[in-house]
Design a protein around this ligand. Structure first.
Ligand SMILES: Nc1ncnc2c1ncn2[C@@H]1O[C@H](COP(=O)(O)OP(=O)(O)OP(=O)(O)O)[C@@H](O)[C@H]1O
Ligand SMILES: [Mg+2]
Length: 238
């Protein structure tokens, strides 16, 4: 099924970020929205998550959807442990045993066994972000909205984070909308990549990647070619 953003417009102080903008999103895949800083990616995610109302236009196919977020900063509850943060968002319909099992499974998937009783202040930034990934999947949401959760991490940590995210997503293929300005992140994680222009945003490229998420190498000729294409679309190629 498709979810659609239809003919939306949104301006701030007379500057149009979106003007009659439309896009479609597929369920059960990772859609990367790639665009330059300030083009309105966070605003679009917030419109989709119903945190912001557009000036005009509408969303269809989103009515009954529940959202969970992964932000750039992990935003964990500091007074709850790793286990507590994850259990907190699990469905209330689960028995206490099921809650424990699910939380433990997610903690294992992000390789934080042994840290379940730690508080966020006792973890590194990367470990906190892993908890926030596990928490987003613990939440019984239909759609996970990710706003540049990898920016600010060093390359090695970013690669590991992509590995942890891919592992958890493969075990639960939730609809994900992932916003980034980093071409390589989009190439490693996206099933579809939508490139936005500077504001007012237009879609300047829309690509599909068939190679499975989690098993991709930037050395693959197809991905190298796609990288050039996306950089061109972003206007970053010298
Ligand atoms: N609440 C607001 N009030 C006024 N202007 C806003 C508001 N929210 C966003 N803007 C403006 O809209 C533009 C787009 O913002 P947005 O945060 O959506 O961009 P972005 O693509 O997410 O950028 P980045 O990649 O830097 O995170 C910016 O120029 C910003 O100043
Ligand atoms: Mg942003």
């Amino acid at each position: 099924m498709r979810m659609q953003v239809k003919n939306i417009s949104k301006s701030y102080n007379g500057n149009p970020l979106y003007s009659d903008f439309s896009m479609e999103l597929s369920e059960g895949i990772i859609t990367c929205i790639l665009g330059p800083s300030g083009c309105g990616k966070t605003t679009l995610l917030n419109i989709i998550g119903k945190l912001i109302t557009p000036d005009s236009g509408k969303l269809t196919g989103f009515d009954d959807k529940l959202f969970s977020y992964i932000f750039q900063d992990p935003r964990l509850l500091p007074w709850k442990t790793v286990m507590g943060n994850i259990e907190f968002v699990l469905s209330r319909n689960l028995s206490s045993e099921e809650r424990k099992n699910q939380a433990e499974r997610l903690i294992r998937l992000v390789e934080l066994e042994g840290f379940a009783d730690y508080y966020p202040s006792q973890l590194s930034g990367g470990m906190r972000q892993r908890v926030s990934i596990a928490r987003a999947f613990a939440c019984p949401s239909d759609v996970i909205l990710m706003d540049e959760p990898l920016s600010g991490l060093d390359i090695a940590l970013k690669q590991n984070m992509i590995r942890w995210f891919s592992k958890i997503w493969k075990s639960d293929k939730r609809t994900v909308i992932f916003v980034t300005h980093d071409v390589d992140e989009a190439l490693l994680l996206g099933n579809e990549i939508v490139v936005l222009s500077q504001a007012p945003a237009r879609i300047v490229a829309h690509e599909n990647i068939n190679e499975p998420v989690g098993n991709r190498s930037m050395e693959e000729p197809h991905l190298k070619k796609l990288r050039q294409l996306l950089l061109n679309a972003l206007g970053q190629l010298n």
